[in-house]
Design a protein around this ligand. Structure first.
Ligand code: TXE
Length: 505
């Protein structure tokens, strides 16, 4: 039996004893006030650090710092080229420290090091380069149709962003929020998930090793109900960007609504992955495994409902199960590991609870379904797959958010489309087929924000990403982030004198 150990004195990079907020360019000293919450390593169940929770007063200080930096500071007022230079400095400092940030992320979130070092880390740095470029290319509009007027539309930064991030891909997703917010001249307060504070605390420190003015990027740590709620409800916030669960999204939208603040919500999914008989089945198999099991199965865009055409179902499911049983589950720091531990204990228990839920709905457990027996400690579970009786089963309707695949079979493509759309969610749809009319039919009929054809998980940052239905409100993309994080202003000027009524003359 494997026993993965954690030894602070031998840690590859320094781990802070306590993680605090970072406000107005300064780390907040860890005093005795405020709750202390453990920051865990999900591979070993060790407490590796503590999080000192920011209370309402500390959140207020962070928003005030962001407000001051926005209302009076240089960031919104500097030239785009100057802002771009600083954004590039941030990219460079993050790249120079990518090993450390990836280490902290794997330690605290359990995502494999191959993924944090090879994918999320580079994406973190690239987010700053990408949004600097987007902002520097953004242009206004001009209208001359109504004579003799010229109306120009300029875009101005919207103000202070409240950015609330999840635990399943902290550095990739939270840096996208920071970069897309500040590139347009805004300032922000980030609240990462209380389960994964380590990496982002270091990221925010590193951001301050550049010429970024103080107060532009602030960080508060703590639970959603305490720190998150204080941030979203704060009247000094101008815009709210959230990625997380659908239930939380509803609560946040309601809070933001009370203050009439725009909100972007990137929420859960239960995306249909349609495998047709006209697919290249070898590629469909590879892609389907990646779509549900990568990132430890904890991703909103997972292909978690695998719909297979009946005539190929037995063979496809059999191969999928055999491959699932050979996936390497283990220490996320080991290069060969494909699935690491789930992020925290309660989440692991919730994922496993779906095995009984599946059975009580009449589903067949095909493989997995229990805590991995190969480890003394850690939140490891076996890659799991079930075959549901029909799409009404809870395992087909609820987001499980772990390495847990649900199969449903279908007779023809019309039935597959109907099943795909029988869902409260609409984030992504996948289709595997070499037959163009089938591909086009599925792509047009599925009510989801992104359709992946013969490919898993291909994020194009330039193109809109976001959900239909309960998968969210708003989109991330170059253009969508520009409109979300700016206010449009129309200025109208007559190009010549025109007759004007002389009231009272
Ligand atoms: O997420 P929460 P949880 C889904 C997934 C998962 C489920 C629950 O199905 O099983 O959500 O996960 C902050 N005001 N996703 O409970 O609560 C919280 O502190 C302000 C999908 O861990 O949504 C954290 O920073 N903030 C998803 C963030 O919200 C609040 C990624 C996300 O936590 C708050 C994560 C409040 N009242 C989970 N309550 C995706 N779309 O990728 C919580 N938070």
């Amino acid at each position: 039996m494997n026993h993965i150990t954690f030894d602070r004195s031998n840690a590859k990079f320094p781990i802070p004893e306590v993680v605090t907020s970072f406000i107005n360019g300064q780390s907040i000293v860890a005093d005795n006030h405020g709750e202390r919450l453990p920051a865990m390593c999900p591979s070993t169940e060790d407490t590796v650090s503590f999080l000192r929770e920011a209370d309402k007063a500390e959140v207020d200080a962070a928003v005030q710092a962001a407000r001051e930096a926005f209302d009076k500071g240089p960031w919104p007022r500097m030239s785009m080229d100057e802002r771009k230079r600083v954004m590039h400095q941030i990219r460079d400092v993050l790249l120079a420290n990518i090993d450390e940030v990836a280490y902290l992320e794997t330690l605290n979130a359990g995502i494999t090091h191959g993924h944090t070092r090879g994918f999320h880390g580079p994406r973190m740095a690239w987010n700053f380069e990408f949004f600097a470029e987007v902002a520097s290319q953004a242009a206004g509009e001009a209208y001359t149709q109504t004579k003799p007027y010229l109306s120009i539309v300029t875009r101005e930064p919207i103000g202070v962003g409240a950015l609330i991030g999840p635990w399943n891909a902290p550095i990739a997703l939270c840096t996208m929020k920071i970069a897309s917010c500040i590139a347009f001249g805004n300032t922000c307060v980030l609240k990462p998930s209380e389960f994964t504070p380590l990496s982002l605390r270091r990221v925010v420190e590193l951001i301050h090793k550049t010429d970024i003015p103080k107060g532009v990027v602030n960080l508060v740590n703590g639970r959603g109900q305490v720190t998150g709620d204080a941030l979203v409800s704060h009247p000094g916030v101008d815009v709210v960007s959230f990625t997380g669960g659908t239930t939380t999204g509803r609560a946040i939208a309601a809070r933001a609504g009370q203050n009439l603040k725009p909100v972007a919500l990137e929420l859960g999914g239960k995306s249909a992955n349609i495998v047709t008989a006209s697919a290249n089945l070898e590629r469909a198999l590879d892609g389907s495994l990646l779509a549900i099991y990568s990132n430890n199965g904890q991703q909103c865009l997972a292909g978690s409902r695998i719909l297979v055409e009946k005539k190929i179902a037995a063979e496809f499911i059999d191969k999928f199960v055999k491959r699932s049983q050979q996936i390497i589950v283990g220490d996320p720091f080991e290069a060969k590991t494909q699935i690491g531990p789930l992020a925290y204990e309660a989440h692991m228990k919730r994922v496993l609870s779906y095995v009984d839920i599946a059975k009580s709905d009449g589903a067949e457990l095909l493989t997995g379904g229990k805590r991995h027996t190969g480890f003394k400690k850690g939140y490891f579970i076996e890659p799991t797959a079930v075959l549901a009786k029909n799409n009404g089963a809870r395992v087909c309707q609820e987001e499980i958010f772990g390495p847990f695949a649900t199969f449903v079979t279908f007779e023809d493509i019309d039935e597959a489309i109907a099943i795909a759309n029988q869902s409260e969610f609409g984030l992504v749809g996948y289709v595997w087929s070499e037959h163009l009319p089938t591909v086009m039919k599925v792509s047009q009929a599925i009510r989801a924000g992104t359709i992946w054809v013969n490919t898993p998980l291909t994020r194009e940052l330039r193109a809109p990403f976001g959900g239909y239905k309960n998968s969210g409100i708003g989109r991330d993309s170059a253009h969508d982030c520009m409109t979300f994080f700016t206010e449009a202003k129309t200025t109208t000027i007559p190009l010549q004198d025109f007759p004007m009524a002389k009231w009272g003359a």
